[in-house]
Design a protein around this ligand. Structure first.
Ligand SMILES: Nc1nc2c(c(=O)[nH]1)N[C@H]1C(S)=C(S)[C@@H](COP(=O)(O)OP(=O)(O)OC[C@H]3O[C@@H](n4cnc5c(=O)[nH]c(N)nc54)[C@H](O)[C@@H]3O)O[C@H]1N2
Ligand SMILES: Nc1nc2c(c(=O)[nH]1)N[C@H]1C(S)=C(S)[C@@H](COP(=O)(O)OP(=O)(O)OC[C@H]3O[C@@H](n4cnc5c(=O)[nH]c(N)nc54)[C@H](O)[C@@H]3O)O[C@H]1N2
Ligand code: SF4
Ligand SMILES: [Mo]
Length: 910
């Protein structure tokens, strides 16, 4: 029996008896010994290998130096147009992560009780056989819904791979703790209102799917003003968009900046206006901005008239845009009947069908309600104006706790210094108003005409030729599976990623309703640190018959939950192709340690064995001929080489050739930066192509959102065809609206402070807490609190405090600072791997974990099912007990995690 983790206890034991070290397969050395061992450069073999970092999703290009089979140095590769030679502290920790003594080295099987950290080594054959047997047995006994899969979000190149696996085993349910709380609400809402292609449809300032790609070319970008709304690029993508924005500011003309963030971020420090908003109230502020822009006629009239649906008449019964044929202005059976809309022509004072895209002879009214055949039809602009009417500067400032002159200054900077752009971060994704947060951002950008012109952030640059994403197996999904997908009927935005709703999945597990999931395949770091209201996991884990954890090292989830541990690769062992604007960057294996396997190969091996055992979905997933009849090339690969080849997509070279090059320019910068995509002529119609929305224009009045709730379109599809889902209980609102957070400091006297979070530069989600140099820099979570708030609650700087919500309490260290909104606290996520190999392993996730506090019940976003990670109430008070007992805080505490070098081994599944 062996324990997964080597912490201080293991280290002390090992140091006392050198023999014990052999059990871990290598020798732990410190930096000095390492340097000495490698001092003789002339006799050693050194090579440089192109690869890319995977410690977050930016995938910065890297040149790794390998000497005598060991990675000894990492540096940035300037060939990437996104990272341009930069690497951050997380990326530079790659060597400490690779050679961390706590790596999961071999497949392991639990032999003691769950939660006792007792596992034994098994072979890959045994692991795959036992897991596949159990999954197949339960598939035939209870159906595909006996399996749930979960994955990690940001930084995971295999994001779609677990989804593909779930579908290939006939299960409807996969979930991820980001998803509805991260990126999905932005991606879905931008798609619905702005339409577009894979890249550039979102206004996120990171490299995910090419969001805000124009930012990466500061020298060619005429942008004058940037609003950073609930995002901190300097922390979340330091060498990507963080770098790019710093370079934009450094141009001769500079950059006007507004930052909307409760926390005084490095970008706020450089901004013209910082708006320290009360957490959770963003939509109120957006509506205030929209009202001000309308009232003061700061919008781009020409763009709004020609290219948005604001002048279109709305049928208030159906809530849809009025079609011309519905009021006798066209034929119902005409080819473009569903795409021909009605405006009120001010020249003739009559309703007119508007031919695509526009008719110079007409003068469409923006505002007003008009009668046609006895029925009243308002314009979309009128409905929007009515919605924002109450949001005066006074009211917005009162609700958001901001100063009027600062808000007005911010709006004026944004609206009067074109080209401008608004970057939307994850903050607005983390509350039940996640859809409205993105709607607000879209509406503001549309009003100002910040769309596809040079300097704008909303762009549709060409899609890259590689496989950016490995792809799901939606073609295998049946209508029955769609209807069984937990929480999907209510929250159909989840359809964009084919995901299930986490609270509904958890309810099914604990109650058996509407059915009982039994087996859980999980790949990511630490669900105990990332899932909201993590305390609920204990009951869920108890109900599961088999839990497998695929990861690089043990986490709280491994110890508390795993029956099987499958060791995955660190990024220096792993492979992928990454689209960086106009170039493709490679990630190739630099070394290979122990028996680690690329996650994509693990999934395919298990699915393949399930196919052999008779699972009919899995059989189809490996059947090239069958899949070809459905028009998809998404078959499963076997082994590393096939998977590498799959990544290449339509790139005109082999994997090995790309590996030699490191970076490949597939399109020139000039051809990549293509503007005004909507004005390009569609050869089929000979007219401008517009956008992929119901009206083919950008839609501040979002009919797409309404129809999503009624049918699941555009993302509900089964067996390759679109599928009409039963409607959600209530219509999704096509217009923006504001709701005060359910737990609010405006009325909560028991828990009077709003808690929020934001990234710190040292860690990526739950990862890297076992990297000695990073833990030395940030050993325990800081609880940032304003001096006035601190005084009110008797809190002093550097003091240990309790932060308590209605769900639990955890400890952190007070950081008293004016760089945070009043009556709010900021605490980043944390967990403590040092407890794993002790008698109290659960302390790893219970002592400092902000997700003990977060809220997954009550109100969800109707569209996406988002729960509350930010903007809920807590109280904060001194912890006279001080630091949690056993927590590692001092630099020397982390010594047991110093690198343990190990020779390269053979790849397991070639
Ligand atoms: N309270 C609170 N909770 C949050 C958030 C918050 O702000 N506040 N943020 C939310 C957000 S935005 C997200 S995206 C989620 C993230 O939550 P998770 O997605 O669960 O986070 P990670 O554990 O980091 O999982 C992804 C990790 O997988 C690792 N990984 C990379 N490659 C591989 C591989 O090939 N195989 C395997 N098995 N693993 C690999 C990477 O190190 C990566 O960091 O957390 C959410 N939870
Ligand atoms: N170092 C590091 N980098 C990461 C990650 C990581 O874990 N660590 N995770 C990656 C992932 S998956 C994601 S999604 C991105 C996220 O990257 P960002 O979108 O930048 O996310 P955060 O920093 O979490 O939150 C953005 C800002 O929102 C602020 N904020 C908090 N509450 C509110 C609010 O109510 N309103 C407003 N307007 N602002 C608020 C926070 O203070 C923070 O500065 O980062 C990615 N990069
Ligand atoms: S920003 Fe840092 S962690 Fe992310 S890919 Fe680049 S070097 Fe790695
Ligand atoms: Mo995320």
């Amino acid at each position: 029996m062996s324990q997964l983790n080597m912490s201080r206890r293991g280290f002390v034991k090992a140091a006392a008896a050198t023999g014990a070290l052999a059990a871990f397969g290598a020798t732990a050395v410190d930096g000095a010994t390492f340097r000495e061992a490698h001092a003789d450069e002339t006799t050693s073999q050194t090579k440089k290998v192109y690869t890319s970092c995977q410690a977050c999703i930016c995938s910065c290009a890297v040149i790794a130096t390998v000497r005598d089979g060991r990675v000894i140095r990492l540096e940035g590769n300037p060939e990437s147009p996104i990272s341009r030679g930069g690497l951050c502290a997380k990326g530079l920790s790659g060597i400490q992560a690779l050679y961390n003594p706590c790596r999961n080295k071999y497949p392991m099987k639990r032999v003691g009780e769950r939660g006792t950290n007792s596992f034994e080594r098994i072979s890959w054959d045994q692991a795959i056989e036992e897991i596949a047997q159990k999954l197949t047995q339960d598939f035939f006994k209870y159906g595909g819904e006996s399996l749930v899969t979960s994955t990690g979000g940001g930084g995971n190149p295999h994001f779609s791979s677990p989804c593909r696996f779930t579908q290939a085993l006939g299960s409807p349910n996969i979930f991820e703790p980001g998803c509805a709380q991260c990126f999905l609400p932005r991606m879905a809402t931008f798609s619905l209102m702005y339409g577009g292609s894979k890249s550039g449809t979102t206004s996120m300032a990171d490299s995910k799917y090419g969001g805000c790609s124009s930012l990466y070319f500061p020298e060619d970008n005429p942008i004058q003003t940037l609003v950073m709304w609930g995002t901190c690029t300097s922390y979340h993508a330091p060498s990507g968009s963080g770098r790019a924005i710093a370079e934009l500011r450094a141009r001769e003309q500079g950059l006007n900046m507004v930052v909307v963030d409760p926390r005084f971020t490095p970008d706020a420090a450089m901004a013209d206006v910082w708006l320290p908003i009360r957490p959770g109230t963003d939509v109120a502020l957006m509506m205030t901005w929209i009202r001000y822009i309308i009232e003061n006629k700061l919008y781009d009239e020409d763009f709004c008239k020609r290219w948005t649906n604001l002048p279109y008449l709305i049928d208030t019964d159906t809530k849809k845009m009025l079609r011309a044929y519905e009021v006798g202005l066209g034929e119902a059976d005409a080819e473009d009947a569903e795409k021909t809309f009605v405006v009120w022509d001010q020249k003739t004072n009559s309703a007119k069908a508007l031919p695509w895209p526009y008719d110079e002879a007409l003068d469409p009214a923006f505002f007003g309600t008009y009668e046609i055949d006895g029925v009243e039809y308002p314009t979309a602009f009128t409905l929007l104006q009515e919605r924002v009417d109450e949001w005066t500067l006074e009211k917005g400032c009162e609700v958001c706790c901001l100063e009027k002159d600062q808000v007005e200054k911010a709006i004026r900077i944004y609206a009067e210094n074109a080209p401008s752009g608004l970057v939307l971060g994850v903050a607005t994704d983390m509350s039940p108003q996640s859809a409205q947060g993105t709607e607000g951002a879209c509406i503001l950008e549309f009003l100002l005409g910040n769309v596809e012109k040079p300097g704008a952030l909303l762009q549709r640059f060409p899609d890259p030729p590689n496989k950016v994403d490995l792809g799901t197996m939606n073609t295998l999904v049946t209508g029955d599976m769609l209807e069984k997908r937990l929480g999907y009927r209510e929250h159909k935005g989840l359809g964009i990623w084919s995901h299930a709703h986490i609270p509904t999945v958890f309810k099914a597990i604990t109650t058996g309703e509407p059915y009982q999931p039994r087996n859980w395949m999980e790949r990511s770091g630490n669900k105990h640190a990332m899932i909201g209201n993590a305390g609920q996991l204990s009951e869920i884990i108890d109900k599961m018959e088999m839990i497998c954890h695929l990861y690089m090292y043990p986490t709280a989830f491994t110890i508390e939950a795993a029956d099987y541990v499958l060791p995955t690769q660190e990024w220096l062992e792993s492979y992928f192709t990454i689209a960086h604007a106009n170039k493709i960057i490679i990630r190739q294996p630099v070394v290979h340690l122990y028996e680690t396997v690329n996650e994509g190969v693990i999934w395919s091996e298990i699915a393949h064995r399930c196919a052999e055992l008779g699972n009919p979905f899995a059989q189809k997933a490996f059947d090239k001929e069958y899949l070809a009849t459905l028009g998809t090339d998404l078959v499963y690969w076997r082994g590393q080489q096939e998977m590498m080849d799959f990544h290449m997509g339509s790139l005109p070279m082999s994997w090995d050739e790309l590996a030699e090059m490191g970076a490949y320019e597939w399109i020139s910068k000039e051809d990549y930066l293509t503007y005004y995509t909507y004005k390009t002529i569609d050869p089929k119609t000979g007219k401008e192509k517009g956008w992929n929305t119901p009206s083919k224009k950008v839609e501040p009045y979002s009919e797409g959102t309404l129809m999503l709730g009624r049918t699941g379109e555009p993302w509900a599809s089964a067996e390759g065809k679109s599928y009409v889902m039963p409607p959600a209980d209530e219509d999704y609102d096509p217009l923006i609206y504001y709701l005060e957070p359910e737990e609010t400091n405006l009325t909560d006297t028991e828990y009077p402070i709003m808690l929020t979070q934001g990234r710190i530069p040292h860690y990526h989600h739950g990862t890297l807490r076992n990297i000695p140099y990073l833990r030395e820099l940030y050993p325990v979570p800081l609880v940032s609190i304003h001096p006035e708030t601190a005084e009110k609650y008797g809190v002093e700087d550097e003091q240990w405090v309790w932060v308590e919500s209605r769900r639990g309490k955890v400890r952190g260290k007070a950081h008293v600072t004016a760089g945070i909104a009043k009556d709010a606290v900021h605490m980043e996520r944390f967990w403590n791997p040092e407890y794993l190999d002790t008698d109290t392993p659960s302390k790893a996730w219970t002592e400092m974990n902000v997700n003990i506090l977060t809220k997954t019940d009550g109100r969800y976003s109707p569209e996406h099912g988002t729960y509350t990670l930010r903007g809920f109430t807590v109280k904060v008070y001194p912890a006279p007990e001080g630091a949690p007992e056993g927590a590692w805080i001092n630099p020397t505490d982390f010594e047991p995690w110093m690198p343990e070098f190990s020779e390269s081994t053979e790849v397991v599944f070639k």
